[in-house]
Design a protein around this ligand. Structure first.
Ligand code: XIL
Length: 381
């Protein structure tokens, strides 16, 4: 891509040049010295990104990351990086049933309260993840939940958890990963404990309960595997689900696109663009909720790997940020020091994964610049 045809970089060059011109004029000098000819000089480096938070805010977007409560408590350097780079955080696991519900009769809010306190002390928003998911259910769940008590169990959970933070949470992932066309149902829903207990109505039910507990939160349907050339059936089923919910007056406000990106699969940029446009046409926001890049299929060389990771971030964000109803971008972690991919998707060569904007030493990587540029060059909203 030629920077001379790139209006953003051109604007950067002009804005960098202006003060120099003024300074030289004030000193009686000229901006064009003896070696300066009519040819433009080498392209200046792209404008440095002050922070991902600022890059996003410059376009009316929010940027943030998933964090663990323990990371914030035990790692001061990491915590201040989060506070500097993010406008919003989400607890990675502290709001899942497994963490919140040690027993059927009790709630444990220690971890989620810590993340909330960190957010509020640092002027960040917090989002909630997640109220209904087929994973991260506590051990007691299978033995206790029955078709007769499941609705009350769900209502009580949502009223207690959402109610505790009412008015303080930006958005809730109310239902996570409920669609799986490969499970063979006509409605495309995934076969989950919640579906077996309550039928397909569990989704509407959960959204209504969340809206009752916090009328100010953005209520999100969150889904994975939406971005690839093999994702068309899932995108169709998700659109059907959202369309049905809207037509029934269910309070769903946004689609969450997880965006666990993997260069092993073919990113379907055109399909993704069309999809976010269709979601927007339903009157919904789009939130990128869990973005990271699995590097298992990339070469070991860190420089080569980092460029490939950065390039995938750029292509994905280019596809979704063109739609101005995309409001928020969250990465699933901020530094390679803490990424679930080291255990979930370890590399065969045993090298640590390089999935996120910052490396293990909290240094910026190519991914940081790629995410920063994608945010700061997105159309304003
Ligand atoms: C992951 C966490 O990052 C891990 O630490 C945990 O062991 C498993 O869950 N999709 C989701 C997230 O919606 O909740 C998952 O988080 C990653 C995939």
């Amino acid at each position: 891509m030629s920077s001379r045809r790139d209006p953003v970089r051109l604007a950067v060059r002009l804005s960098l040049a202006t003060p120099l011109v003024a300074l030289l004029a004030a000193c009686g000098g000229s901006p064009t010295g003896p070696s300066a000819g009519p040819q433009p000089g080498p392209d200046p480096a792209p404008a440095p990104v002050a922070s991902l938070r600022a890059a996003a805010a410059s376009r009316g977007l929010s940027y943030g990351c998933a964090v663990g409560a323990a990371q914030l408590v035990e790692d001061a350097a990491f915590a201040s990086l989060v506070a500097r780079e993010c406008g919003i955080v989400v607890p990675v696991s502290e709001l899942k049933w497994q963490a919140l519900r040690p027993t059927e009769a009790s709630f444990n809010f220690v971890g989620s309260d810590r993340v909330m306190r960190f957010a509020e002390e640092n002027g960040l928003r917090m989002r909630g993840h997640t109220l209904v998911w087929h994973e991260a259910l506590p051990g007691w769940f299978a033995g206790s939940a029955t078709p007769a008590n499941a609705a009350a169990l769900l209502d009580d959970h949502i009223a207690t958890v959402v109610g505790r933070y009412a008015g303080r949470v930006h958005s809730w992932d109310v239902v996570n990963e409920a669609v799986e066309p490969a499970h063979g149902r006509a409605d495309g829903l995934r076969d989950t404990p919640w579906l077996r207990l309550l039928g397909p109505e569990y989704i509407d039910h959960a959204f209504r309960a969340a809206a009752a507990a916090d009328p100010s939160a953005v209520l999100v349907y969150n889904e994975n595997w939406l971005e690839y050339s093999t994702s068309a059936p899932k995108r169709r089923a998700v659109l059907e689900l959202l369309r049905g919910m809207r037509s029934r007056g269910v309070p769903v406000h946004a689609l969450g696109i997880q965006a666990h990106l993997n260069p092993r699969h073919t990113l379907d940029v055109a399909g993704l663009r069309a999809f976010v446009d269709e979601v927007a046409a339903l009157g919904l926001q789009v939130i990128v909720t869990e973005m990271d890049v699995t590097d298992e299929a990339l070469p070991g060389d860190p420089a080569v790997r980092d460029e490939a990771v950065a390039e995938l971030y750029s292509r994905f964000l280019g596809a979704v940020l063109g739609q101005t109803r995309t409001t928020t971008v969250i990465t699933w972690g901020l530094s390679d020091r803490y990424t679930w991919l080291n255990t979930a998707r370890p590399r065969e060569d045993g090298l640590p994964v390089r999935a996120l904007p910052f490396d293990q030493g909290l240094g910026q990587k190519a991914a940081y610049q790629a995410v920063g540029r994608s945010l700061s060059q997105a159309p304003a909203r």
